[in-house]
Design a protein around this ligand. Structure first.
Ligand SMILES: *[C@@H]1O[C@H](CO)[C@@H](O)[C@H](O)[C@H]1NC(C)=O
Ligand SMILES: *[C@@H]1O[C@H](CO)[C@@H](O)[C@H](O)[C@H]1NC(C)=O
Ligand SMILES: *[C@@H]1O[C@H](CO)[C@@H](O)[C@H](O)[C@H]1NC(C)=O
Length: 770
């Protein structure tokens, strides 16, 4: 018999173990667990039972199971539990969860195409009505006019999805337009605890506005008249007004969780969507650790086109996200519409600004005292909550710097302190890029140059002891702006941080000041105390650019049902344009300089040409596996992405390098290790989708300082669907570079017959190793 003191020691030991595991609870992380699903022992009735049994030693439970784009489940585990699970023979890998953010410029923590273009594609009645666009986002406000189902037939027979009803989302929320709606919050709640459903809707209903906006950009019906606060009045319509919508809500107040996003990909592909639109992103990590890349691979293998926003981290380089070569990555451009709201200073000088403020204005021809929130005695130039002293602000126009809190929230701070107006100024980082916001008081945004001028004026006035004054002149909506498009300042830029041989973003599409549907229960400014309501709202971000391409992809798929996702992307890339409406090279909004391929990829999408590209560069799943082999992914990691037994990479490696993926753009990256001459080659295959008998000839614009040869230099096709190969050889000489620096040269290769022009950008990067 053990002595009492001995059992005492045992109890103490057990207690200390218990407290160690309580401590570990704090460090739990959600993992997405990939398993060899075919290894399920028959004693388990379902995969879920089997997965739960793998967690028998833990307190964890299965969050989601995945069966279509991925095989496995998610669970919240301590590091020790994760380690143990990894050691089980049927477990292939554990992917740690990332939290993603929406790609609007609207809130700080989440950081048209013209009618003529689109009508070219829409002549046929019911065009695109068999296509389903899945929008993975913040849900939807089903009451919007943009989602009416007038004149639409029953959903296409292949559709297997459904409408998940909830308290504030009755089954009647869906119709022949909105044919599917689901929500995924188990991953969100596993980390954050049960959501407070007075603050957000535990249902497919959109309590943010972002998902309603993006869904209506992709596939909203024609609504007239549409405007917000009197701005942008006109016809509103999505890119594919007859396409059906299925929404998958994964984004909640604290972000969008990978385990839920992957569940949404899985459901969307099982349901039978044709296109997935994802205006969400996060950090760039290798593809086998990136749940979005993994989900998108499974979708693309099932023939589903995936477009994703590039991110709003611009204008700096290497900021592009969602960069996997099986995703179409969309940056943002400006459109030829703008909302001028100029600042007039007391000295008569005018500084250009933009705004969609639509409430009671300032008194015409009166000048108001001007005060800079960053001058002495103020805690913040950023107009953060409670940082302004009403005594110094009352009755004045307040100058606030952009950053940290949302632009509309700054207006609310100024208004609460008694300010009559606000001028938001860009810092050097934002440059001259301006975003029009739906402010709660008379307010406008000016660029970095305008901001400097404003502060110079104020400091001179203070030296002269004369009052600094100004007013804001709202000019409404202006159309026909030139030059347009430009690359939006915030649009994330290349080069591609994960695969420099794949040019990203792929293309740009409209993403600045886009009018689209909005929940009629929410304020357009996003400021909680704002009591205004509007059926439409103007938002900016690559979030808004992505669904333009999603809708366009649905139209292309409707015209060419047999095209793969890669063929659709190829059509968008090879027909994109790089000149603006003034005929000059497309500019960068941030600094008015000429943009480069790292800003816009192949250029701005051009729907009318994309529908009839002549040739496409197609890519199969096997080609992506070869690409991963040549990018030095291990067989194990390739298997995480492709789910299949990884093929032996030796064949792929013999066949070449990662730049040999049959991508419609070409990017060569040379390391200058003391070599004088460098060369590489690209093998490409084009498929004839134009006229059966066609003869394509070549025009090469070599990147400066390089020599480019292409063999053969003519391609004679005899039938549709015929594939022909060619070889591009690029030679260059070393250039003088300081260690660690690089230089980039751009050219193109263009195939044309009499009707089609098939353009591929060709980028050469030379890097000097450190
Ligand atoms: C949910 O949020 C509301 C509004 O902020 C608050 O009054 C309520 O106490 C919250 N409920 C819970 C359970 O936290
Ligand atoms: C823009 O162009 C000017 C003049 O061509 C150049 O000096 C400047 O460095 C460029 N700015 C950027 C950010 O590239
Ligand atoms: C893969 O590894 C080989 C051999 O080390 C190297 O030559 C090649 O540059 C690597 N490729 C990439 C894309 O990293």
């Amino acid at each position: 018999m053990a002595s009492p003191s001995h059992s005492h020691i045992i109890i103490l030991f057990v207690l200390s173990l218990a407290s160690a595991s309580a401590w570990e609870v704090e460090k739990k992380t959600t993992y997405i667990v990939q398993v060899q699903h075919e290894a399920k022992p028959s004693i388990f009735p379902t995969h879920r039972h089997w997965y739960q049994s793998s967690l028998a030693d833990t307190t964890a439970s299965v969050i989601h199971t995945y069966q279509t784009v991925f095989h496995g489940f998610s669970a919240r585990l301590s590091p020790a539990e994760a380690h143990k699970l990894h050691s089980l023979s049927h477990v292939i890998t554990l992917i740690p969860e990332q939290v993603r953010q929406l790609h609007t410029t609207r809130s700080p923590q989440f950081l048209g195409l013209n009618t003529a273009d689109r009508d070219g594609l829409l002549k046929e009645t019911d065009f695109g009505s068999d296509l389903v666009i899945g929008v993975i986002d913040t849900g939807i406000s089903p009451d919007s006019q943009s989602f009416n189902d007038r004149d639409l037939a029953l959903p296409p027979p292949k559709w297997k999805g459904n409408c998940v009803a909830a308290k504030d989302f009755p089954p009647t929320s869906c119709n022949r337009k909105l044919i599917g709606a689901r929500y995924f919050c188990a991953g969100y709640e596993a980390t954050n605890g049960k959501m407070n459903d007075t603050l957000e809707s535990r249902s497919p209903r959109d309590s943010d506005g972002h998902g309603t906006h993006t869904a209506s950009i992709a596939a909203g019906r024609y609504v007239f008249p549409a405007s917000t606060m009197g701005y942008a009045r006109g016809m509103a319509a999505g890119m594919a007004p007859k396409a059906r919508l299925a929404v998958y809500k994964v984004c909640w107040n604290a972000g969008c969780y990978d385990s839920d996003i992957l569940a949404a990909f899985d459901a969307a592909v099982t349901d039978g969507v044709d296109v997935i639109s994802l205006s969400v992103g996060g950090a760039v990590v290798p593809y086998h650790l990136d749940a979005i890349a993994v989900g998108a691979f499974g979708a693309s293998e099932a023939g589903v086109f995936v477009s994703a926003s590039a991110g709003n981290g611009g204008p700096g380089g290497l900021t592009v996200t969602n960069v996997a070569p099986w995703v179409t990555t969309v940056g943002a451009g400006t459109i030829d519409r703008d909302f001028p709201a100029d600042v007039m200073l007391g000295n008569g000088k005018v500084i250009g600004g933009v705004s969609v403020y639509g409430g009671p204005g300032l008194t015409p021809s009166r000048l108001y005292p001007l005060v800079y929130a960053g001058s002495d005695g103020y805690s913040s130039s950023l107009c953060l909550e409670d940082s302004l002293d009403p005594k110094s602000v009352r009755g004045k126009i307040v100058v606030c710097d952009r950053g940290v809190n949302s632009r509309a929230a700054k207006g609310e701070v100024v208004k609460k302190a008694g300010g009559v107006g606000m001028i938001l100024t860009n810092g050097p980082f934002d440059g001259e890029g301006l975003v029009a916001d739906c402010h709660v008081l008379p307010a406008t945004s000016v660029g970095a140059g305008g901001g400097d001028e404003l502060r110079r004026y104020m400091s001179l006035a203070s030296q002269l002891r004369s009052p600094a004054t100004a007013t804001i002149i709202f000019k409404g909506t202006r159309l026909g702006i030139k030059p347009a498009p430009k690359v939006a300042s915030f649009s994330a830029r290349g080069p591609n941080p994960e695969s420099p041989e794949i040019l990203k973003p792929d293309v740009i599409a409209p993403g600045l000041n886009i009018l689209a549907a909005w929940p009629s229960t929410l304020a357009p400014s996003g400021v909680p105390s704002d009591e205004r309501r509007s059926e439409f709202n103007i938002l900016s971000g690559t979030s808004m650019a992505c669904p333009h391409v999603s809708g366009l992809a649905a139209l292309l798929k409707a015209a060419h049902p047999d095209w793969s996702p890669a063929a659709i992307r190829s059509a968008l890339i090879t027909t994109a344009y790089t000149l603006d409406n003034g005929g000059g090279p497309m500019l960068d909004e941030s600094n008015a300089n000429v943009s480069s391929v790292f800003d816009y990829g192949a250029g701005h999408v051009h729907p009318d040409s994309a529908i009839n590209p002549g040739l496409v560069y197609d890519i199969s799943t096997y080609d992506y596996v070869d690409f991963l082999c040549n990018s030095n992914y291990t067989s194990h990691n390739i298997r995480v992405i492709t789910r299949n037994q990884a093929s032996d990479c030796s064949g792929a490696k013999r066949a070449g390098h990662s730049g040999n993926l049959n991508y419609p753009s070409l990017s060569a990256v040379f390391q200058q290790y003391g070599k004088q001459h460098m060369s590489t080659h690209f093998i490409r295959t084009v498929t004839n989708v134009g006229d059966p008998n066609s003869l394509y000839t070549l025009t090469i614009a070599p990147p400066p300082g390089t020599e480019v040869t292409v063999e053969p230099d003519t391609l004679a096709f005899r039938r549709l669907g015929q594939k022909l190969n060619f070889l591009v050889r690029v030679q260059t000489r070393a250039v003088k570079l300081s260690p660690g620096s690089s230089t980039v040269k751009t050219g193109s290769i263009v195939w044309s017959d009499t009707k089609h022009t098939v353009t591929s950008p060709l980028v050469v990067t030379m890097q000097q190793p450190l």
